[in-house]
Design a protein around this ligand. Structure first.
Ligand code: HEM
Length: 402
């Protein structure tokens, strides 16, 4: 650490596996700091994170990048053309227009009736598990992929292919990645785009009542979004709902291995599950940070952020801020209501939150019912993580019955 600048190697496996000590140090010593690897001012305290998330006028979500970055002389492909508006990367009024198209599909009511179906998928996935198995491959990856594919109207048999495309689209490319790796990734993205375009094309010809079908109808009948925005919206739903939920399930299972008495508590009192899921989102949610651009100068702790500069608000750090959460590093299902920021806040708050909660609940309930008490089958330090600092979670998580 030096002055108001700190280096953060977002590709360092040890940092990806254990970021919380770093967050705690920043929170206490440098509540605003410039991190060159993110090209952003970083905020780590709960109140600061929340303030930025709740002021969408001062803090813009519109990035408007017209170009994707280069790696070793090769331009990175993107699924929708760079600069395409999606609700995640738009401000009002575009944000309202794009979010409204899908808001009705994600209400607790619309999502709620899926609960028995999601529970049956979780149970079916666990049928193949022996006394020792990898939670990630068996449960946390296939459950969200199957669900989002079904909702969008894509054959669930394509699950594995889908996961490959989604990984390629979401995993950051190291600045020194060899050109051949970049080309291989680009080929996946091009195939993914072609597949989505084909799905959209089919629905122009023959309307359907799935998510893609309804977006296509909004495009064709009411011109509520243009061609690129249509592709961007389908792509966003696929990506936003996959890795995040996978990682929340895996991080929650890891937390239950760290605190085995919490497994007993949930087995004895399954009604605690809803509170437990909020605590998993607080304790080790899957999104580390999100970014905003300053629309005018602003000051935090004496440091000015200039108009046009980026701030990265560290949700995962705010959720462990001892100013707001007592004993923040403990897993406690009986916390007084203090709102975690695991799904963000305000106008961009996660549209898929009810679906994500339901999937996590189905996965954990089935796991606890059939396998508790369970423990890690390898030492915690040996757990491999995905090479993604922001959407962090284990690549594999072997557990066994105790
Ligand atoms: C545990 C799982 C999930 C977590 C932790 C999570 C987290 C988040 C966060 C933090 C945001 C706010 C980003 C920002 O303000 O910049 C967000 C937005 C969003 N999420 Fe999720 N998400 C999850 C699951 C899902 C699912 C299942 C879907 C859809 C199927 C989804 C779709 C979206 C979309 C479309 C947005 C943009 C909303 C907007 O900008 O208005 N997410 N999510």
């Amino acid at each position: 650490m030096q002055g108001n600048r700190v280096e953060l190697d977002t590709f360092n496996p040890a940092m990806i596996a254990r970021p919380h000590a770093f967050y705690a140090e920043l929170r206490e010593k440098m509540p605003i700091v410039f991190i060159p690897q993110l090209d952003a001012w970083v905020l780590t305290r709960y109140e600061d994170v929340r303030e930025v998330l709740r002021d969408h006028v001062q803090w813009s979500s519109a990035r408007g990048d017209r170009q994707t970055p280069m790696r070793n002389g090769v331009q990175l492909e993107s699924v929708a053309p760079p600069g395409t508006l999606t609700m995640l990367g738009a401000d009002r009024p575009d944000h309202t227009r794009l979010r409204k198209l899908l808001a009705m599909d994600f209400t607790p009511n619309r999502i709620g009736h899926l609960a028995p179906h999601v529970a049956s998928i979780a149970n079916r996935l666990l049928d193949s598990a022996g006394d020792e198995f990898d939670v990630v491959d068996t449960l946390s990856v296939p459950l969200p992929v199957t669900m989002i594919a079904e909702l969008l109207g894509i054959p669930p048999e394509l699950g594995a292919q889908f996961k490959r495309w989604s990984d390629a689209a979401i995993e950051p490319m190291h600045p020194d990645a060899p050109a051949d790796d970049v080309r291989a990734r680009n080929a996946e993205i091009v195939a993914f785009r072609a597949y989505l375009q084909e799905q959209i094309h089919q629905r122009h010809e023959e309307p359907t009542d799935d998510f893609i079908g309804r977006l296509v109808a909004a495009h064709d009948e009411e011109e509520k979004l243009n061609d690129d925005e249509l592709l961007g919206a389908v792509n966003l739903l696929l990506l936003a709902g996959n890795e995040t939920t996978t990682n929340l399930i895996s991080n929650a299972v890891l937390a239950l291995c760290r605190f085995p008495e919490r497994q007993t508590e949930l087995v004895e009192n399954p009604d605690l599950m809803d509170a437990a899921i909020e605590e998993f989102l607080r304790y080790d949610g899957s999104v580390q940070f999100t970014a905003r651009t300053a629309m005018s100068p602003a000051t935090f702790h004496g440091q000015q952020v200039e108009e046009g500069q980026t701030v990265a608000v560290f949700i995962a750090s705010g959720n462990r801020d001892p100013r707001v959460f007592e004993r923040p590093d403990e897993l406690d299902f009986h916390r007084p209501k203090a709102k975690h920021l695991g799904f963000g806040d305000w106008i961009h708050i996660c549209i898929g939150q009810f679906l994500a909660r339901m999937e996590t609940k189905a996965a954990l309930s089935a796991l606890l019912e059939r396998f508790a008490p369970f423990e890690l089958a390898i030492a915690e330090e040996e757990i491999p993580y995905r090479a993604n600092f922001n959407l962090r979670g284990p690549l594999h998580l072997p557990i066994r019955r105790c």
